[in-house]
Write a protein that binds this ligand. Sequence first.
Ligand code: UN1
Length: 510
Amino acid sequence: MSEQATEIHRHYIDGEWTDGTGEETFTSENPATGETLGTFVRGTEEDVERAVDAAEAAFDEWRAMSYIDRAEVLWQVYHELRDRTDELGEIVTMECGKEISEGKADVVEAWHMVEWAAGNARRPHGDVVPSEIASKDAYMRRQPRGVVGCITPWNFPVAIPFWHMAITLVEGNTVVWKPAEQTPWCGQIIAEMMTDAGVPDGVFNLVQGFGDAGNAIVEDERVDTVLFTGSAEVGHKIDQTIGGQPGREVSLEMGGKNGIVITEEADMDVALHSAVMSSFKTTGQRCVSSERLIVHEDVYDEFKSEFVDLAEKVAVGDPLEEDTFMGPVVDESQVEKFHKYNELARTEGANVLVDRAELPQEEIPDGHEDGHWVGPFVYEVEYDPDLRCIHEEVFGPHVALIEYSGDIERAMEIHNDVPYGLAGAIISEDYRQINHYRDTRKAGLAYANLPCIGAEVQLPFGGVGKSGKGAPSAREAIEAVTERTAWTVNNSKDIQMAQGLSADITTQDD
Ligand code: UN1
C-alpha cells in the first residue's frame, strides 16, 4: 500500500494538524475497486467544539482585513487548484467513482467558484440608496456573520466545498468544515491547499468524520450560519434545529426527483442526448440527475425505442478510462437503495424496459470485482400520483418513462407533482411551450433543449419545496453568510425624519 493509504490523516484545527480527541479512524475506499485509499481520524463533538473555539477566536482579525487582502489568499488556492486539475481530478475519480472527465470538471468547477468569489472582492459591494431627506445619505452595507459551518457531500467533493467556503471566507467569516465521510482524501488535499495559501490559523478548520460531527456543528450555537448540501432527510433536520434558534441562519441544497418534458415538438436528437446525459452521467448521482422522462404520446414510441437502445449500450466501466460513460456508484448502501427502488417500481406495476441493474460479470473491468457496480434500469409506468417510484429520489441510474397526452399543461401537472423542485428541462422547438415551462415549472434550475445538469457557478444553485432553502453557492451564498446593515448618515445639524414624522420634542411647558 502507498504511504497515502497507510498514513493516518488528521483534522486541521487552529492552524495545526491534530489527531483530535477520538479513538476511532475510518477509511476512504475506491468505489471502483474496493481498494483502501487512506485512513482518517474520526471527529468527535469535542473536536468540533475546538474547531469552533478556533474559528470564533480568529474571526475579529480576519474580518478586519480588507476584502481584497482576503481574496488574495484565495487566489493562491485558485492557482493551486488550477495547476493540479489533472492530478486532483484523478483523486476525485478514485474516491467517488465519477468518470475522469467528471472528476476533472469537479476541480474546474471549484476554481471557477474561487475565481468568482475572489474576483467579486474587487467589485462594488452594497448599495447607495436615496433618502427622502436631502441631507441624509443612506447605504446598504454588508458585514460577515461570524463562524460558518460547511457540511458537504461526496458527489462533488471539491467543487461544492468551494461553493460554500470561497464566498464565506472572502466575505470575512471563518469556517468549520466537515467533508463527506466517503471523500476525506479530497478534504485533506483542500486543507493542505488552504494551509499552503497562508489562510491564517483558525480561519479555516477541517474536522473529518461522520454525521455525528456534522451534527455537532449544527448543534453549536456559536456557529452563526450552516451551509449544507446533501440529502433532504439530513437537510430538513438541520433546518428544524436551526430554524427555531434566533440569530442563526441556514442555507440548504438537497436532492430532487427531476423531470424532463419532451413534447410533440421536440427535436429527437436533442431529446435523446439531453435525457441520456441527465439520467446516466455521474451514474445518476447528481442532485440534478433526471429520474423522470415525461414524453408526449406522439413521439413516445420513437423516443422510447431510441432511449432504450442507448441505455442498453452506454459504457459502464473503469472511471479512470476516458471511454467510460458511467462509473460505479459510491458505496454498497447506494447499490442497495438502487435495487430496492427497482424492486419497488416492479411491485408498483412498472414495465421494465432495460435491466442492467446487476451488471453482468463480463462488463465489470478486470481487477474491479470488488467495486460497487450497477447499470441502467429503465421502465415505463402509467402516471399515478400515488406511485412512490416516480416521486422519491433514488440517486442512481433508475429512470421512469411517463407518457402523456394533451397539451403542455398536462405535462406540467406531471412534472410538478413531486415534493422536490431542484432541476428540470423541456425539449421542444416551440417557443410557447418553452415559455410555458419556464413560467410554471417547479424547479430552481431549469433548462430548454439541454440536459438538466451542468450548471455554471455564477448561477444560483438551489431548489424549491423539499429541495432546498436558499442557494448555498455564488451570489446567493453571500446572503447566508453576511448581515445587511441599513446605514444612514445625517449631513445636517438638524434632525429631520422621513415619512413626515415630527422631529419636534414637545414638553409640558409648550
Ligand atoms: C449536484 O447535483 O449535486 O449543475 C451538484 C451541475 C453541477 C453541480 C451539481 N454544476 O450539474
